[in-house]
Design a protein around this ligand. Structure first.
Ligand code: SAH
Length: 363
């Protein structure tokens, strides 16, 4: 029988590509199955194989009829992305460079530490925020990722854990601005949180944002228990606008007000991320200003010493500067930690691998 369901097609001159199952709504899959006389519960069975059974091909789905497995393989792929590069560091950090169906590249990372298995995922191809120190935004944003593409990153990373392990945490800290793709992100996280999906609790999910006040409020109103991390990076508007150009439109007070609203609504303490750029935002005076902003808030500060990005001239802070910055915060009673560096030998910081791959590809 010829299918009458309309499935996404590729451009006429592109090599034929089958649609990925995870990209399709459940109803479409059920209708496709019904045309073949298959019961609707098969849709759930197939999804369970991918989400929980670690299947990456239809022919391994052993409780499906053989004919159906062949039919599925002739019409769909399990995943829409292909692994272009897979790097593993000595500390078991894995990094994947994924090629999307339209040949664009994204990155995602698995960080394994103290019994935790954390997936760091991207939400966009590139980034439109233009933070001056970051590799992801150097070429701007190409497009938002789909729900399926975000889910796929989680599944592919989970499949790299050992069979007796599973993903325990998600950090939405890869390429892109998560709140600029909020609706799709929320749908992907819903599957991630579903016990029939990946079973990762909301409190184990951190969404990191450059600070889009209206979107932070929208997220707060969803009544979810996700953890919010706001990339502040500077304690005053003049310096922040220099480092995070979108700050010109928002300004720190509005971002803090939106973060306070998030805390009020969810009861979840907000983390402030602060990329430490040597001699730029790491002086004691900056520490004192930051302490003044945050001392009356229930907040936590995560300091991230800058990771080198080829072609950019910023510096990591000296130990002396970093320590006096930290002590200004501690004196004011602000909770602060320096983020541990993981997988540094495989360029685990976001956007770097893709950039190298694209530079090699350029004539
Ligand atoms: N768009 C989101 C997610 C960005 S990635 C946001 O702005 O929060 C997560 C964090 O890593 C952000 O705080 C980001 O500013 C930081 N980051 C990006 N590139 C970095 C680099 N080269 N060194 C250190 N931190 C970096």
């Amino acid at each position: 029988m010829t299918p009458t369901i309309s499935l996404p097609t590729t451009a006429p001159d592109a090599p034929a590509r089958l649609p990925a199952l995870l990209e399709l709504p459940n109803d479409t899959i059920k209708a496709w199955l019904a045309e073949r006389g298959q019961p609707p519960m098969r849709a759930k069975q197939i999804r369970r194989w991918i989400l929980q059974g670690r299947a990456s091909a239809f022919d391994t789905m052993s409780d499906l009829p053989k004919g159906l497995r062949e039919d599925l393989a002739a019409n769909f792929t399990v995943f829409s992305t292909r692994v272009d590069k897979h790097l593993v560091a000595g500390d078991r950090t894995h990094k994947l460079l994924l090629r999307l169906a339209d040949d664009k590249l994204i990155e995602c990372v698995l960080i394994q530490d103290d019994g935790r298995h954390t997936a760091c995922i991207s939400t966009q191809v590139g980034c439109g925020m233009g933070c001056v120190f970051c590799a992801s935004g150097l070429e701007g944003v190409a497009r938002n990722l789909t729900v399926g593409e975000m889910l796929e990153q989680l599944i592919l990373l989970r499949n790299l854990t050992r069979p007796d392990e599973r993903l325990t945490h998600i950090v939405v800290m890869g390429m892109g601005e998560p709140l600029a793709n909020l609706d799709s992100l929320i749908q992907a996280l819903a599957v991630a949180g579903d016990p029939e999906g990946l079973g990762i609790g909301q409190r184990h999910v951190t969404i990191s944002t450059v600070g889009l006040p209206a979107k932070i409020r929208q997220l707060a109103d969803l009544g979810k228990q996700y953890h919010l991390a706001v990339s502040l990076h500077a304690p005053n508007d003049a310096l922040r606008t220099q480092i995070v150009p979108t700050n010109e439109k928002t300004g720190i007070p509005e971002i803090l007000a939106a973060a306070d609203y998030f805390f009020e609504k969810t009861g979840r303490q907000v983390t402030y991320e602060y990329v430490v750029l040597g001699k730029m935002n790491d002086q004691a005076v900056h520490g004192r200003q930051l302490a003044t902003l945050l001392r009356r808030r229930k907040a936590h500060v995560n300091l991230i010493p800058w990771n080198d990005v080829e072609g950019l001239q910023y510096r990591r802070p000296s130990d002396l500067d970093l320590n006096s910055f930290i002590s200004e915060l501690e004196k004011a009673g602000v909770s602060v930690k320096v983020r541990k560096r993981k997988g540094s030998e495989i360029d685990a910081a976001c956007g770097q691998l893709r950039r190298q791959a694209e530079q090699v590809a350029k004539p």
